[in-house]
Design a protein around this ligand. Structure first.
Ligand code: F6P
Length: 324
């Protein structure tokens, strides 16, 4: 393998830059020419491809976002788009790819590999932590810490006014950000898509708190929650409890995607970026580099998106025990 390219795709995640740096510097170390592709699959289709050097990735390890920019490409979902992308890669003599992204990125990479056989190794970059084959994804730890900082601040005002706050966090269909930020932030209840929490249980939890003289409560709602968004849930609760109970809703939104990556995310991203390059060199194809129990492992891309990554029941149980 003499020439590879790296790109970031899908929702950006803090630590993606540290991963790009590791890919580029790892390739340089091994004497491989490395190219960057801008704006994910869109850049591949349009030939927005440029050579990178060790110097191109100076001073980025600490930066959020992605210097390669990102996109969710509709065109790449068509055969014509993928054909065009293949032709561009041929033009540049690219023999292998490192794809940094999540679900959608790896779905595209799998199709592309099946049709054109260009070996791809993925590095899991998404705040959602919803990929099988790695304990954590790049950006998740930073997102949890961002959410936690917000929860801590909301707790101050919730406590001062004796209010109930419903705080909605990101995660698409996954409750990982919710459960981790909820535990760390001492939430009274965490509602995740993986486990049904009926409205009656939320009401019961609040009532139990009131009977213990608890005057404020924080309920974390994952965005994919079955009972609805945080504001829909708060409306449902309002109908069941006294109307004078003071409730507020905060949706944290995209602040969870930005910011300086934590040390954990930078280290994870560095290991996975180098692991992806060395995987390609050793003949890995159509797999994702991940870290399980502190060991670098490669998992077929199709398994990373197909297999479930359940939330530990123990964590959910713990929220209930510790919120008493
Ligand atoms: O996958 C990352 C993520 O931030 C999800 O948590 C969220 O559902 C989605 O992306 C938001 O996407 P967009 O930035 O396109 O609004």
């Amino acid at each position: 393998m003499k020439r590879i390219a790296v790109f970031t795709s899908g929702g950006d995640a803090p630590g993606m830059n540290a991963c790009i740096r590791a890919v580029v510097r790892g390739a340089c170390y091994h004497g491989i020419d490395v190219f960057g592709i801008r704006r994910g699959y869109n850049g591949m289709i349009n030939g927005d491809i440029f050579q990178m050097s060790s110097h191109s990735v100076s001073n980025i390890v600490q930066r959020g976002g992605t210097i390669l920019k990102s996109a969710r490409s509709k065109e790449f979902m068509t055969v014509e788009g993928r054909q065009q992308a293949y032709e561009q890669l041929q033009k540049f003599g690219i023999e292998g790819l490192v794809a940094i992204g999540g679900n959608g990125t790896f779905t595209g990479a799998t199709l592309f590999y099946d049709e054109f056989g260009i070996p791809t190794v993925g590095a899991p970059g998404t705040i959602d932590n919803d990929l099988y084959g790695t304990d954590y994804t790049i950006g998740f730890d930073t997102a949890v810490n961002t959410a936690l900082e917000a929860i801590d601040k909301i707790r101050d005002t919730a406590d001062s006014h004796d209010r109930i706050f419903f705080i909605e966090v990101m995660g698409r269909d996954s409750g990982y950000i919710a459960i981790q930020s909820g535990i760390a932030g001492g939430a009274e209840l965490v509602m995740v898509p993986e486990v049904l929490t009926p409205i009656s249980e939320v009401v019961e939890t609040l009532r139990a708190g009131w009977s213990r003289q608890k005057s404020s409560s924080i309920i974390i709602v994952a965005e994919g929650e079955e009972e609805g968004s945080a504001s829909e849930i708060s409306e449902k609760i309002r109908k069941r409890v006294q109307s004078d109970i003071d409730m507020r809703v905060t949706t944290l939104g995209h602040i969870q995607r930005g910011g300086v990556p934590t040390a954990y995310d930078r280290i994870l991203a560095s290991r996975l970026g180098l692991g992806a390059v060395e995987g390609l060199m050793n003949g890995q194809a159509n797999v994702m580099a991940g870290i399980i129990n502190n060991e670098l492992v490669y998992t077929p891309l199709k398994d990373t998106i197909r297999l479930p990554k359940p939330i530990s029941e123990d964590l959910l149980r713990m929220v209930k025990i510790l919120s008493v």
